[in-house]
Design a binder for this molecule. Structure first.
Ligand SMILES: Cc1ncc(COP(=O)(O)O)c(C=O)c1O
Length: 401
């Protein structure tokens, strides 16, 4: 009997996509949203939209309260010491760019920034460009054969010149949990700032950021079953004090005249202009929804689906799995078959998977691949999705081989 998902019915998009003949297996790119989140979005607009932090009227106060409630829920979700450590951005990408601009003055020429070989472009390009602007060295931690950051190499590479370490918690291509504690300890021993890209990691389990001890952590709401256009920068209070504002405008300023301005501290000092109000309120509803579910049951369900996915791939000739994924995703190539051709045939059969370089071109290049297919699962996927995927895969391989 195929695995069913008790959460599937909470996500109306799944039935809508199924009615269109689509099987959604691309949740690591963006996840579908539960009805509770759609209700929160509609509820905000239907009751009366209003700007936050500036109006005293009822809709303004209501919007501000709901917006700030999400900040408090996030602080709780991530175990931040205070809601003041939560800054809203437009995504993980914007949060990383904020850091790369806001920390610019912390660096001297020849300081080193250390990243890893598996970073998403969002956690590579902002640091690369900062290094080019300031004459810094960008150093890249290599991977071990299982696709994790090589700790022995990290011991050599992270040294007295290291001013900042920026690494992913979980690779969006290889799906492995990185040895974060060890890496952060190496960076802390050198007094370096630490940035963790939690865009994928935050989706798979709760993380206690005070225990983790990183200076900064970023995530995107849309991957965590929340609305798009919203991201989060967590910063430890003392780390946030080292950040300069990078965007200037409304509500981030305490005092302004024609010659100068005095800026607010975090978080509002980093939230210039009107934020994604509905999205932030929707993210609050997402956290409420997820808090109401049995996290262990979700993890068990995803692990069972993942095991089925890996077994199905392993049973087919010539499949090369990339890395050793520990969460419900699998990136792969098939000997003698071009990934782009395979992706095309899967798409024609209504299978929504990701194909290409996965915004990690240097990683794919180091694996000697122009691209790969990635299947990624959410809590709403079930055994029938995998059956449709494997049937489409076999049909495509029949045509391509
Ligand atoms: C590991 C990782 N970091 C960062 C990002 C960027 O997220 P966003 O495009 O939502 O800013 C992604 C998105 O795929 C990701 O997988």
């Amino acid at each position: 009997m195929s695995l069913s998902s008790p959460w599937r019915a909470d996500f109306p998009a799944l039935a809508a996509l199924e009615a269109e003949g689509q099987t959604y297996l691309d949740s690591a790119a963006t996840a579908q949203k539960p009805q509770a989140v759609l209700d929160a979005l509609l509820g905000y607009y239907a009751k009366g939209a209003a700007n936050v932090h500036r109006a005293q009227h009822l809709p303004g106060e209501r919007a501000t309260r709901a917006f700030e409630d999400t900040r408090t829920k996030l602080a709780h979700w991530l175990n931040a010491a205070s809601p003041h450590e939560i800054v809203f951005t437009r995504g993980a990408t914007e949060a990383l760019n904020l850091l790369a601009y806001g920390l610019e003055e912390q660096f001297q020429p020849d300081d080193e920034i250390v990243i890893s070989a598996l970073e998403h472009h969002a956690n590579l390009l902002p640091w690369q460009q900062l290094a080019l602007r300031r004459g810094l060295k960008l150093r890249v931690l290599p991977l071990d054969p299982s696709g994790l950051i090589d700790l022995q190499a990290a011991q050599q590479l992270i040294g007295p010149r290291t001013r900042l370490l920026a690494v992913s918690q979980l690779s969006n291509v290889l799906g492995g949990w990185q040895p974060l504690n060890e890496l952060l300890a190496l960076a802390n021993a050198q007094g370096a700032l630490t940035v963790v890209d939690g865009a994928q990691g935050v989706v798979h389990g709760r993380h206690d950021l005070q225990a983790t001890g990183c200076d900064f952590y970023v995530l995107s709401s849309h991957k965590l079953y929340g609305p798009d256009g919203v991201g989060v920068l967590y910063g430890r209070a003392t780390a946030l004090q080292q950040l300069k504002p990078w965007q200037f405008g409304g509500e981030m300023v305490m005092q302004a005249d024609y010659a100068s301005a005095k800026f607010r501290p975090a978080p509002l000092g980093f939230e210039a202009g009107t934020p994604a109000i509905a999205g932030v309120i929707g993210l609050g509803a997402t956290l409420d929804y997820l808090s109401g579910q049995d996290a262990t049951a979700i993890a068990r369900h995803e692990a069972s689906l993942h095991a089925e996915l890996l077994a199905g791939l392993a049973a087919r000739d010539g499949v090369r799995l990339l890395g050793e994924p520990q969460v419900a995703l699998a990136s792969f190539v098939i000997e003698g078959v071009h990934s782009a051709d395979l992706a095309h045939l899967l798409t024609e059969q209504g299978i929504a998977v990701r194909a290409g370089h996965h915004c990690a071109m240097p990683l794919l290049k180091s694996l000697g691949l122009p691209g790969a297919i990635r299947v990624s699962l959410g809590l709403y996927n079930d055994g029938s999705d995998l059956e449709r995927f494997f049937s489409a895969l076999d049909q495509a391989l029949g045509l391509l081989r």
